[in-house]
Design a protein around this ligand. Structure first.
Ligand code: SF4
Length: 356
């Protein structure tokens, strides 16, 4: 474990709800699957939870690192309340390695540079801005667990939806606390082998991520989408992709949206091949980031074979356009609730506050 680095302010210091008492003043944090055991004076891997004289405390409560008003698709959700305006925000702390350029989420700024947003003010702001919901993103939302929990309860109580973009490494105990108040999760499943998971995160047991996704969908009835960043030579073998795609189909459903991207340029041809593997495994909605556009006159023809052309969504049964994302305004000409308005096929689209 590490010595304390982040400097707390009074209002941002809160007790950790899932602190387990071990020998003497040693405490185990059960927010994420690192399950750090901390002696007094020590900090967890995330650098935002500390053992202060035998009490586990977080120091990032309500401190905002980044916030934006945007369309929900900007945060990667394509089948959750398509096209609506959301408030996206993130806090501080990371449990997985942070890509270069995103290290701003690691260190809490001191003094007046820290931006504290009380939960009541958050709900008021989201209502005033006429957002339909809130997305926790940018840094890992579980690192902001105490605030995430309070904020999700408040936002839902005010008639808006909640969602998060997560690496899925939250414990099942933590999910048990927040699961009923989360409407949607975009889970980053970047590995389907211990080797890949270890290279990408330094951790073992990629199954923990899968458990989180499955539990969120099955027990808490949260909407689910999966994203995978393809790293050549690490997680892009045909066999690993096949296993992952088959797991999505069998564990979550054939209509769950799967988003493929790569941090490495020049990967479009390989991403297309990976998409084809996913389609062959029986997945119906696979989106490629920055895929080359199809000529608009050929789009209807292409949609006979592919339900996600030009970022638009087509019914995989009758091929009618369900969601149009080509213009500044997203429209849903072919949706009727969570069904295709033309043929009645039930889709993995969620656009109600009811957990179905
Ligand atoms: S949130 Fe995770 S990384 Fe941070 S202290 Fe708890 S178990 Fe450790």
């Amino acid at each position: 474990m590490n010595e304390t680095r982040n400097t707390p302010t009074n209002q941002s210091v809160q007790p950790v709800p899932l602190a387990e008492h071990l020998t003497g003043p040693v405490r185990r944090c059960r927010i994420c699957n690192y399950r750090c055991e901390l002696s007094p004076g020590q900090s967890g891997v995330c650098q935002v939870r500390h053992n202060q004289a035998g009490t586990l405390r977080t120091v990032n409560y309500g401190l905002v690192s980044k916030a934006d008003l945007e369309r929900i698709e900007s945060r990667g959700f394509y089948h959750l309340f398509p096209g609506v305006k959301v408030f996206s925000l993130g806090g501080y702390g990371a449990n997985f390695p942070v890509p270069a350029g995103q290290t701003g989420y690691l260190n809490i700024p001191g003094g007046s540079a820290a931006r504290y947003l009380p939960v009541e003010k958050l709900a008021r702001f989201v209502i005033e801005q006429q957002c339909r919901g809130i997305i926790f993103a940018y840094n890992e939302p579980a690192m902001w667990f105490e605030y995430l929990l309070d904020a999700c309860k408040s936002i839902r109580a005010n008639g808006m939806f909640t969602a998060m973009v997560t690496n899925g490494y939250m414990t099942l105990e933590a999910l048990e606390m927040v699961g009923h108040y989360i409407d949607g999760l975009l889970v980053e499943v970047n590995a389907f082998s211990e080797r890949s998971f270890n290279i990408l995160t330094g951790q073992d047991n990629f199954q923990k991520v899968l458990e989180t996704a499955r539990r969120a969908q099955h027990k808490y009835k949260s909407h689910l989408e999966i994203s995978t960043k393809i790293v050549p030579g690490v997680n892009d073998s045909d066999s690993e992709i096949e296993l992952l795609a088959t797991w999505i189909k069998q564990g979550l459903g054939e209509n769950v949206a799967w988003h493929l991207s790569s941090p490495q340029p020049g990967m479009q041809a390989r991403l297309q091949q990976i998409k084809q593997i996913g389609l062959n495994c029986g997945l119906n909605y696979i989106y490629l980031k920055d895929a080359p556009p199809v000529n608009e006159f050929e789009e209807d023809l292409a949609a006979l074979f592919d339900s996600t052309v030009n970022g638009n969504t087509y019914c995989h049964k009758c091929h009618r356009k369900l969601i149009d994302r080509q213009n500044a305004e997203v429209s849903t000409p072919g949706l009727s609730g969570n069904k295709c308005a033309n043929c009645g096929t039930i889709l993995a689209v969620h656009n109600t506050l009811w957990k179905l």
